[in-house]
Design a protein around this ligand. Structure first.
Ligand code: 13P
Length: 287
């Protein structure tokens, strides 16, 4: 059964570790992440961007697939199915389709509008027992064609959004989606500390988990980050393993063209990436 992310993140914040959000793209992705979480006895959040939602034939298809897998694979660790960087309309659609968690990303609106829309969604999510993530200060890089400029959030604005009663809060602290450029300045721990001082127990979310060095991840967790999003790193690992399979000519041997074989190495690479992240984030055996 899908669960809200509230309990797993409250525990993570108190226990000084983070739960990984891994974005899904298809059946192989979902299976690899769920199996790894179960093997490591870790809570997990499956992230779905609006673009990936369309690709996978809509939110109800995804809810059906994920619920089916939890059942058929005997997954007993806590799993939240979460909309990533949702619009207001997208969040409403996911709530209707049976997601257990949504993100409303109002960071591109003026703060008053972000506050007003987030407030409405807090009420709706609370009434249905769902978790809600809000965002302040756009996160840099490209996500579904939307390019942000790597802002640093204003801690006072973070407090205003946190006080609305959201479950978790994403704040720009110099993080970027996708690969980090060679001249990246790193995370702004000063900003993160300022935000945590004003938001208290609120679990903070670190987007753009791909390519952040381990020591920065650990420091971010020590300063209140309880959820870390990873997407690109699984895609890179999948692509590399799949490329190697084809370059080695394995698809031409026997029935190596069978998609179940063709995608097996890539799927194993996603599992290895997810395992590495869960170990780094400290969520192993925290189910
Ligand atoms: P990366 O693709 O950089 O790992 O970021 C994922 C993310 O933050 C999804 O919201």
């Amino acid at each position: 059964m899908l669960v809200s992310a509230k309990e797993m993140l409250t525990k993570a914040k108190a226990g000084k570790y983070a739960v990984g959000q891994f974005n899904i793209n298809n059946l192989e992705w979902t299976k690899a992440i769920l199996q790894t979480a179960q093997e490591l006895n870790s809570p997990v959040i499956l992230g779905v961007s609006e673009g990936a939602g369309k690709y996978m034939c809509g939110y109800t298809t995804i809810v059906g697939m994920v619920n089916g897998m939890i059942n058929e694979l005997g997954i007993t660790v806590p799993v939240a199915l979460h909309l990533d960087h949702g619009s207001y309309e997208g969040a409403m659609k996911c709530i209707e389709a049976g997601f257990s968690s949504v993100m409303f990303d109002g960071s591109h609106y003026p703060i008053e509008e972000n506050l007003a829309k987030t407030k409405e969604l807090v009420e709706i999510c609370n009434s249905k027992g769902l978790s809600l993530e809000a965002e302040v200060g756009a996160i840099g890089g490209e996500e579904d064609g939307v390019v942000g400029s790597g802002e640093v959030a204003d801690p006072e604005e973070c407090k205003m959004i946190a006080d609305l009663g959201v479950t978790m809060l994403a704040a720009g602290i110099g993080n970027i989606h996708g690969k980090y450029p060679a001249n990246w300045a790193g995370l702004s721990f000063e900003t993160l500390d300022g935000i945590q001082q004003l938001t208290g127990d609120m679990p903070l979310v670190l987007h753009g988990g791909t390519g952040i060095p381990a020591d920065m991840i650990k420091k971010a967790i020590s300063l209140g980050v309880s959820k870390i999003n990873v997407n690109t790193e699984c895609q890179l690992a999948f692509a590399e393993a799949t490329r190697k399979y084809i370059e080695a000519g394995k698809d031409l041997e026997g029935k190596g063209f069978d998609p179940r074989k063709l995608l097996a190495d890539g799927t194993a690479a996603i599992k290895a990436t997810v395992k590495e992240k869960m170990e780094l984030f400290g969520s192993v055996d925290k189910a």
